[in-house]
Design a protein around this ligand. Structure first.
Ligand SMILES: [Zn+2]
Length: 446
C-alpha cells in the first residue's frame, strides 16, 4: 500500500552517485523523490536523522541466492531467506533455479515457486530460470513470464534434477538466449579438469580435485560460445583469478560478458582451512591467499563486476561436520545475512572505500541484471535503504542469524560493520511483522 506521507532521511554520510557525501533523501509512495543537501527544508515530512556513526546506503542487491523452496525447504525457504536478507541490508534477491524441486526450468515450475513465495517475502524477490538438456523450447516462455535470465552448469550440479549442458547444448541454449535478448549465467568448471575428491578430512584433497584449470578452461568455452552466438553471458562465482586475463581480453574485443565473485573467496585462505572444516566446502573451491589478493585487485581494476553471496545452505547433517569428510559434504556456503560485513571488513583493511563496496553489491548487480529502480539512491528509484554502522565490530553467532540452518563458516569471526536498519520501498522492514516484499518480473512496469 503506498504511503501518502513523506519521510526525509538526513545522513551526514550517504552513498549517492558512487561516492559518499552528506545528504537528505526524501521518500514518498515508496520511491526517492529528492536527494538534497543535508539541511534541506523538511516541508512537513517526517524526519529521520541517522546517528553519527551510521552511513545511508542503497539496499543491497544479491542476485545469487538459493532459496531451495519448494522441495528442499528444510535447507532454507522464502521466509527465512528474505528475513536474513533484510537483516543483512539486502532488499532484493534473485533466486537461483536449483536446488528447489522442481527446478525453475519450465513456466509451471516458476509459477509454483511464485505461489509459495508470494506471502512470505520480506524483501523483493526476482527469479532466474534454468537451462538444462532438452529445455531450449522453455527459455522463451520463461523469459516472457519474467525471469531475468538463465543459469546452466557445465558439469554435475550436485542435484540430479538439474543436469548440466554439453558444449553443443550450451551453444544451442546461448543462441536462443541471444535471440530472445536474455542472459546466460554459467557455473564455469570443466568436467574433464575436475577429479574425484579424495575421502578424508584434509581440505587439500578437495581443493586438488578442482584446480584453477577447470575454471579457466570452462570460461574459455563460455567466451567462445558468447562470441559465436552473440549472447550476453555472466560467469557466476569466479574463484580462480587466473581466468581474469581471458575475461578482460574478451571484453576488450566486445564480448558481452560479466563476472561475479563471492564474499568467501575474498575472505578465506585455503592454507588456513582446518581439517574437517566442511562448512567451507563450495564449488569452485576457496583457493590460496595470493589468489584471494588477485581477486581483490581484479575488483579494483573493474575486471570483476560484482560481489554476490551464492548463498547455498543445506541442513547441518549434509555438511557431515561429524566425520569432516570433504568428499561426502554438501558444497555450498550460507552467507546471505553476512555478505556486506564480510566484504566491508576486507575492503576496509585494504583501504577500499565503502562506496566501492556498494557499487559491487548493489549498483552493479542491479544494472547488469536489469532490476529497474534498484541498487542506488537516486530520484525515481525505489526507496530501498540500508543503515550501516561501518566501524562497529561484532562476532558472528550462527544461532542469531535468520538463516534456517545455523551453519556458517563465519561462526565466531569478528567482522566490522553492522546493519542497523533496512528500508523497503520507504518503510523500515520489520522481520517480526507482516511481509512487505514483492515478487519482481522482468519488464514489469514499476
Ligand atoms: Zn550458486
Amino acid at each position: 500500500m503506498p504511503d501518502a506521507s513523506e519521510t526525509l532521511v538526513r545522513a551526514a554520510r550517504a552513498v549517492v552517485d558512487g561516492a559518499e557525501r552528506p545528504a537528505s533523501v526524501r521518500l514518498r509512495d515508496g520511491q526517492v523523490v529528492d536527494v538534497g543537501a543535508i539541511d534541506a527544508d523538511a516541508d512537513g515530512a517526517e524526519v529521520v536523522v541517522l546517528a553519527d556513526d551510521e552511513v545511508l546506503l542503497p539496499g543491497l542487491v544479491d542476485t545469487h541466492v538459493h532459496v531451495n523452496e519448494p522441495g528442499r525447504t528444510d535447507w532454507e525457504g522464502f521466509a527465512s531467506a528474505t528475513r536474513a536478507a533484510a537483516a543483512g541490508g539486502v532488499t532484493t534477491i534473485v533466486d537461483m533455479p536449483l536446488n528447489s524441486v522442481p527446478p525453475t526450468t519450465t513456466v509451471a515450475a516458476l509459477e509454483a515457486k511464485r505461489r509459495v513465495a508470494a506471502d512470505q517475502a520480506w524483501v523483493d524477490v526476482g527469479f532466474w530460470g534454468g537451462a538444462v538438456p532438452g529445455n531450449v523450447g522453455d527459455l522463451a516462455p520463461l523469459h516472457e513470464a519474467g525471469v531475468y535470465g538463465f543459469k546452466c552448469f557445465l558439469l554435475d550440479s550436485g542435484v540430479e534434477e538439474f543436469p548440466h549442458l554439453a558444449p553443443g547444448e550450451l551453444a544451442d541454449a546461448m543462441a536462443e538466449v541471444a535471440r530472445i535478448g536474455s542472459m546466460m549465467l554459467v557455473h564455469a568448471e570443466d568436467a574433464d579438469e575436475v577429479g574425484e575428491c579424495a575421502h578424508g578430512r584434509a581440505y587439500a584433497g578437495f581443493l586438488g580435485s578442482r584446480p584453477d584449470a577447470a575454471e579457466e578452461r570452462a570460461i574459455g568455452l563460455v567466451l567462445d560460445t558468447a562470441r559465436r552466438t552473440g549472447a550476453r553471458a555472466h560467469v557466476v562465482h569466479l574463484s580462480a583469478s587466473g581466468a581474469v586475463p581471458a575475461l578482460h581480453a574478451a571484453r576488450a574485443e566486445g564480448v558481452d560478458v560479466s563476472v561475479e565473485t563471492c564474499p568467501h573467496y575474498l575472505h578465506f585462505d585455503a592454507a588456513t582451512i582446518a581439517d574437517g572444516a566442511t562448512e567451507l566446502k563450495c564449488c569452485p573451491p576457496i583457493r590460496g591467499a595470493a589468489n584471494r589478493d588477485a581477486l581483490w585487485q581484479a575488483l579494483a581494476d573493474g575486471d570483476i563486476d560484482l560481489v554476490v553471496t551464492d548463498h547455498s545452505p543445506s541442513t547441518a547433517d549434509l555438511k557431515h561436520r561429524d566425520s569432516g569428510d570433504f568428499a561426502e559434504a554438501w558444497g555450498g556456503i550460507a552467507s546471505l545475512q553476512l555478505g556486506l560485513p564480510v566484504v566491508w571488513t576486507g575492503a576496509r583493511e585494504r583501504g577500499v572505500p565503502l562506496a566501492e563496496v556498494v557499487r559491487w553489491m548493489a549498483t552493479a548487480p542491479a544494472r547488469r541484471v536489469g532490476l529497474a529502480g534498484k541498487g542506488e539512491i537516486a530520484v525515481g528509484a525505489d526507496a530501498d535503504l540500508c543503515v550501516f554502522a561501518p566501524d562497529e565490530e561484532w562476532v558472528v553467532d550462527p544461532a542469531a542469524l535468520h538463516h534456517k540452518n545455523p551453519v556458517t563458516p563465519y561462526a565466531g569471526r569478528t567482522l566490522t560493520g553492522t546493519v542497523r536498519a533496512t528500508w523497503l520501498r520507504g518503510r523500515p522492514v520489520d522481520v517480526s511483522g507482516p511481509p512487505g516484499g514483492r515478487l519482481l518480473r522482468r519488464g514489469e512496469p514499476r
